[in-house]
Design a protein around this ligand. Structure first.
Ligand code: ATP
Length: 294
């Protein structure tokens, strides 16, 4: 018995980060968008647990564990079960790229396990399991465009009247999310307790106007990410010179994403960046959260 579930990459259109809490987590006020870059996860009942991963040539497979620490197997283990499982991941989401690739796999595994064994768990149960696995996993279940608060795990869908065109440039080597947060703490020891709210961004999404959305994009982790990887600043300038409305570090980076005004605009930016970068991807958003493939 086997089932395949697709889950999307995320970008943060707004990422407001507050000063670290007592428990070490940073309070977030973020707006996620799921974009059309996917991992497909196939779950099969088997005698013992195992993981295999294949995918696009730009994926850094060395960084993906294939033992019980893989987040997809940790997701399956949320509900004790007599069977073992084979997890096969077909990966297009860059690893350690700030696009929640591991979280997408976790969300896909939660849905696959529920459907494979016909558990019929409600959305609330799956969302609670997702939040235990990581801050971005609930959003990977929900997809679309959504606001995330708390550590990012408290998600609420929001009005989005756009069909947005993105160009994404992954880096050859990933960035560790905890390292970027530590650098944020060093750069901004007096960060406000309450993270910045996405007021103008929410208004821009409701209008569906790309120029207005471009102006409202915001990422508090961009400065620490660029400080750790200065080449990202130059990449953003090149993408904007090539015609993007706005370039932005995706989450904690190092993937950079570029908002374009149309499919033609995205093709121009892709052509402009391809001279210097081996891997330049295009995507649209918003797209659905983790769902079974027929
Ligand atoms: P986020 O944007 O949520 O902070 P990210 O996209 O920057 O995350 P991931 O691709 O989720 O980063 O990978 C983070 C780490 O998680 C990797 O370095 C890897 O060691 C580990 N990991 C565990 N399981 C997986 C998986 N199924 N796919 C990718 N990475 C995994």
């Amino acid at each position: 018995m086997s089932i395949t579930v697709r889950a999307a990459a995320k970008i943060n259109l707004h990422l407001g980060v507050g000063r670290a809490r007592e428990d070490g987590f940073h309070p977030l006020d973020t707006v996620y968008q799921a974009i059309s870059l996917y991992d497909d996860l196939t779950l099969t009942t088997a005698g013992a647990d195992s993981v295999s991963v294949l995918g696009s040539p730009y994926i850094d497979f060395r960084d993906i564990p294939v033992d019980a620490t893989n987040i997809a197997l940790r997701a399956v283990a949320q509900v004790p079960c007599d069977d073992g499982h084979l997890v096969q991941i077909n990966k297009q989401i860059p690893v350690a790229g700030g696009m929640a690739g591991g979280s997408a796999d976790a969300a896909a595994a939660l849905v696959a396990h529920d459907r494979l064994h016909e558990l019929g768990q409600g959305d609330d149960v799956l969302l609670a399991q997702a939040a235990r696995l990581g801050s971005d996993v609930p959003f990977s279940l929900v997809g679309g465009t959504a606001r995330g608060r708390g550590r990012g795990e408290l998600v609420e869908p929001i009005e989005d009247h756009g069909m947005w065109w993105w160009v994404a440039v992954p880096a050859a080597v990933g960035l560790s999310t905890p390292d970027v947060y530590r650098h944020f703490d060093r750069l901004f020891p007096d960060a406000p307790e309450r993270p910045a709210e996405p007021t103008e961004l929410l208004a821009a999404l409701a209008t569906g106007e790309p120029v207005r959305l471009a102006r409202a994009l915001h990422n508090d982790l961009q400065e620490p990410a660029i400080d750790l990887r200065p080449e990202l600043g130059a990449l953003i300038e090149r993408g904007e010179a090539a015609g993007a409305l706005r370039g932005l570090v995706s989450g904690s980076g190092p993937t950079c994403v570029f908002l374009c005004d149309s499919v033609d605009g995205a093709m121009e930016v892709l052509a402009g960046l391809s001279a210097d970068h081996d891997v330049v991807l295009t995507a649209t958003g918003p797209v659905a959260g983790a769902h079974v493939l027929a």
